[in-house]
Design a protein around this ligand. Structure first.
Ligand code: F6P
Length: 535
């Protein structure tokens, strides 16, 4: 299979791009009256409007044609069929099997069901106040010790959903950083006798998580007594169950996650235990159901109407054909404030790569820099750059419509206003008129007007979610997961490995070991300076 950049569809898109790079998106609505209807997709309760993208009817169809030419339907079949789409590590990526959308590899079914069954029981026992610590008191605080995919998914989902179904559940907190300040903060008002730690690490080798697990044991003993048995205060989620046992975690409290689930795709596995505890297993099942609905849509919908495919191809267009380097994720919900961080790992750890299947280097840019933050606070901070900075930025507005109070209407209105204003912009004449209308003298108005000009033309997708509930969240997260798969396929890169981050870990180990030749002159001088400051 040739790379997508070698296909005739890519050449067609390259032919269309120069004109659309310059085009005013707002003008496209004048010539394409059906634009909002034609470029809005509806599935799984979500409404996705792509009409504010710099894509006209010809490019919209050409992107669909590229998807067909790149054999996307076969790629999607390969993903769900358990083929080794993780081609560097020679294994499948079957996170969809965790939500019942396809079969796990033969022989893995029973072990998976057993681990998930036990995780559910633990979660419900904790929620019922039926799980006790060493002194016989019920556990009231649960602290997840994990990083990357063993942190970002459950942390974000607990924030998003916990308030809706907290009940009498223990409070769930998260510690990722090797900086003990985060640990200290998490346990500040907690009692050792009523605290349970979940050591979440697929590999059970991650330095930060192991350091925090040791810190937890020390902290527990400070309250329970020096040398006290802390086994009642630990659980673990890992693929390396032997290593978890060797750390001292009871076998019945270790929940296995399979090797074919990537860390950043693992919320649906026992890595979701903190979420099950915070919201209950029924809500966790609803999250899985939402993701399952998106899986079915992704597998069965024609490419032209396939939301993850459309989102992926729009991203390819922005990144490769228009040369836009960043994607801002803008959730208009306080409870989705950690979504950009989850998305950063998903997109940048999956597709922040240059090496293609055959070892050659991608001739086109791959993953954009993903960043963002919750609306509306961002409007009073970084949106300035979106309005008047020198860069074009692609935007995803993510907007739950029904909130829990009247403010939800204001959030929707703000999100839509930002998307509209960032597309429309303001020209010199309009700026001048508005200054004159404010009563400024002509000379002063023309002096100030250039500073009010906003080029606009920022391309955006607006995603409406009916509510911030488990079903909608599940669909949203699965949407982005599948988007990432499609983009990785188009770019011909290995979306499911993360060899890059290993380089930094090796350097950290070399520096920590005091290896005199590790690093470079600058690094060695800085280490010495830090050492001197410590004295
Ligand atoms: O170092 C990167 C990484 O391996 C991520 O891919 C992963 O999500 C994270 O670290 C945590 O890994 P683990 O769950 O094995 O501790």
């Amino acid at each position: 299979m040739p790379y997508s950049t070698e296909l005739s569809g890519w050449a067609t898109l390259s032919g269309l791009a120069p004109r659309l790079r310059e085009a005013r998106i707002a003008r496209l609505f004048e010539v394409e009256r059906q634009r909002p209807a034609r470029m809005t997709l509806r599935t799984c309760g979500l409404v996705a409007d792509f009409s504010k993208q710099a894509i006209d009817a010809a490019a919209w169809d050409a992107l669909d044609a590229l998807g067909h030419e790149a054999a996307l339907p076969a790629a999607i079949d390969a993903l769900f069929g358990g083929e080794a789409v993780n081609f560097t590590e020679r294994r499948p990526a079957l996170h969809m099997a965790l939500r019942g959308s396809c079969a796990p590899p033969a022989g893995d079914e029973a072990a998976l069901a057993e681990a998930m069954g036990r995780a559910r029981q633990l979660a419900e026992a904790l929620r019922a106040g039926a799980l006790t610590g060493r002194t016989g008191r019920a556990i009231r605080t649960v602290v997840n010790l994990g990083i990357g995919g063993s942190d970002l998914g459950p942390r974000m989902a607990v924030e998003a959903l916990a308030e809706s179904n907290r009940g009498a559940a223990p409070e769930v907190r998260f510690v990722a950083n090797i900086d003990p300040a985060e640990f200290d903060e998490a346990v500040r008002d907690a009692e050792q006798a009523t605290t349970l730690f979940i050591v979440s690490s697929k590999s059970f080798t991650t330095a930060e998580t192991l350091a925090n697990a040791e810190l937890a044991r020390t902290w527990l003993r400070a309250g329970l007594g020096e040398g006290a048995d802390t086994v009642a205060h630990f659980a673990a989620v890992s693929n390396a169950t032997g290593a978890a046992e060797a750390f001292g975690i009871a076998r019945e409290r270790i929940f296995a996650i399979p090797p074919w689930v990537g860390g950043r795709f693992s919320l649906w596995s026992a890595i979701g235990l903190p979420l099950m505890i915070a919201v209950g297993t029924a809500a966790f099942d609803a999250l899985l159901a939402g993701a399952r609905a998106m899986d079915a849509h992704f597998r069965d919908a024609p490419l032209a109407l396939n939301l993850p495919v459309r989102m992926a191809l729009t991203g390819i267009w922005n990144t490769d054909l228009l040369g836009i380097e960043t994607l801002a994720a803008l959730p208009y919900a306080h409870r989705l404030r950690s979504l950009p961080a989850w998305l950063q790992q998903l997109e940048m750890e999956s597709n922040g790569k240059r090496c293609r299947r055959d070892g050659s280097t991608s001739p086109v840019p791959t993953a954009p820099v993903v960043w963002g933050g919750a609306g509306t606070p961002g409007q009073h901070a970084f949106h300035q750059l979106l309005y008047q900075g020198t860069r074009r930025v692609a935007l995803d507005f993510i907007v739950p419509v029904r909130g829990h109070d009247s403010a939800s209407r204001a959030l929707v209105e703000n999100a839509l206003a930002q998307a509209a204003a960032l597309m429309a912009g303001r020209d010199f004449e309009t700026a001048t008129r508005s200054l004159l209308a404010r009563g400024l003298a002509e000379a002063e108005a023309s002096r100030l007007a250039p500073h009010l000009v906003s080029p606009g033309n920022q391309p955006s997708t607006t995603l409406l979610l009916p509510d911030l509930d488990p079903v909608s969240l599940g669909a949203l997260l699965a949407l982005y997961e599948h988007k990432v798969f499609v983009q990785g396929w188009i770019w011909g890169i290995a979306s499911f490995d993360q060899y890059g981050v290993e380089l930094g870990k090796e350097m950290a180990r070399a520096l920590a070991a005091g290896n005199a030749s590790a690093g470079d002159p600058s690094t060695r001088a800085l280490l010495a300076a830090a050492e001197a400051m410590r004295r």
